[in-house]
Design a binder for this molecule. Structure first.
Ligand code: NAP
Length: 307
């Protein structure tokens, strides 16, 4: 019998990815949604998770696809009701609230899965395997996209807690921290804030070198044209470029791995595994680096941003 699952926050990513991925995953049945302004045809819809949980006591799992500022209260409510919980990235607006959810999930004996969808991109595991055992000489992440194309009209990304350009940039950090053999430590950052917004539009991050190898990352939300979602690593065995958000791996100009987009099917398959095993998976490393950048970052005021 599939687990009856509730999806919360019927917006862009719920429609683009969660609903098709749930439909393709035999372990789950989309039984209900909670969203203030949207429903899914043929699925019981509620305006708030509290109403849903009261009306549908046999829901086993809750997947939260709301913006991070709206995540904690619903996640806590679901855990306290004894449901297994899956969180969109970033898993919360602060580190403390996710630590709190971890403790509550452990105490209640339910699964908490903090997802990083980019880690499921087609060439990420090939990149990790290729790097393993090689001497790294430099690492550079470039994550640049047009905010008007990828986040049209989403005001929460410009509000405190919405992370600004770290909303996409954290995807690059989630991949970087999954493929490098050694942990990273941020040493400097410069964040550019539009003069009329609460979150940054661009960021330049410097990490402590890995041995002698410099490690840096640059995020920019004002890139026009095709997005650049790349990680380049120079090694003693050649130059690796993981591009297209982790979907394509090139070594010295030759493609060595690629594949179709299976990120969200991969997330729901992993959620099913965790629920079956009675385990949780919460890796806060990408969010920690983002938080460090906000703590350590030098603030630069940029031009005002208007849609
Ligand atoms: P979105 O469409 O703006 O928001 C999702 C839905 O959440 C909204 O439609 C809204 O539905 C509900 N919501 C609840 N509280 C809200 C609040 N305080 N502010 C705004 N909406 C609220 O955002 P999204 O692009 O789907 O992103 C949601 C999460 O998925 C984010 O954490 C994002 O980083 C992640 N994500 C997004 C993408 C992408 O391509 N967009 C890709 C991967 C991951 P109601 O008004 O009906 O309640």
């Amino acid at each position: 019998m599939p687990h009856r699952l509730a999806l919360v926050g019927i917006g862009k990513i719920a429609r683009d990815q969660h609903i098709p991925a749930i439909a393709g995953e035999p372990a789950f049945d989309l039984a209900a949604t909670a969203s203030r302004n949207a429903t899914v045809e043929g699925v019981a819809g509620y305006r708030a998770l509290a109403d849903l949980l009261e009306a549908e006591p046999d829901i086993a799992c809750v997947s939260l696809a709301t913006p991070p500022q709206a995540r904690y209260d619903d996640a806590r409510r679901a855990i306290e009701a004894g449901k297994h919980v899956m969180l969109e990235k970033p898993p919360g607006a602060t580190l403390s609230e996710v630590h709190d959810l971890q403790e509550r999930a452990a105490a209640r004996g339910v699964t908490l899965f903090a997802t990083w969808h980019s880690r499921h991109a087609a060439a990420v595991s090939a990149a990790r395997d290729w790097l393993s055992g090689r001497a790294i000489r430099s690492v550079r992440v470039d994550w640049r996209e047009d905010v008007r194309r990828w986040h049209p009209g989403q005001d929460w990304i410009w509000e405190a807690g919405g992370l600004g350009v770290f909303d996409p940039g954290i995807n690059g950090l989630s991949i970087l921290t999954a493929i490098l053999p050694d942990p990273l430590r941020l040493t400097a950052a410069e964040l550019t804030f539009p003069s009329n917004r609460e979150t940054p539009v661009a960021a330049e991050l410097t990490f402590a070198p890995l041995g002698d190898a410099p490690v840096g990352a640059g995020f920019d939300w004002l890139e026009t044209g095709e997005p650049v979602w790349n990680i380049a690593v120079e090694t003693d065995g050649g130059r690796m470029v993981l591009s297209e958000g982790g979907a394509r791996l090139m070594v010295d100009g030759t493609e060595v791995a690629t594949g179709p987009d299976r990120e969200y099917p991969g997330l729901y398959a992993r959620f099913a595994q965790l629920v079956a095993a009675g385990e949780s998976e919460v890796d806060l490393t990408p969010l920690r680096h983002a938080a460090d950048a906000f703590m350590l970052g030098r603030r630069v005021e940029g031009d005002p941003f208007h849609w």
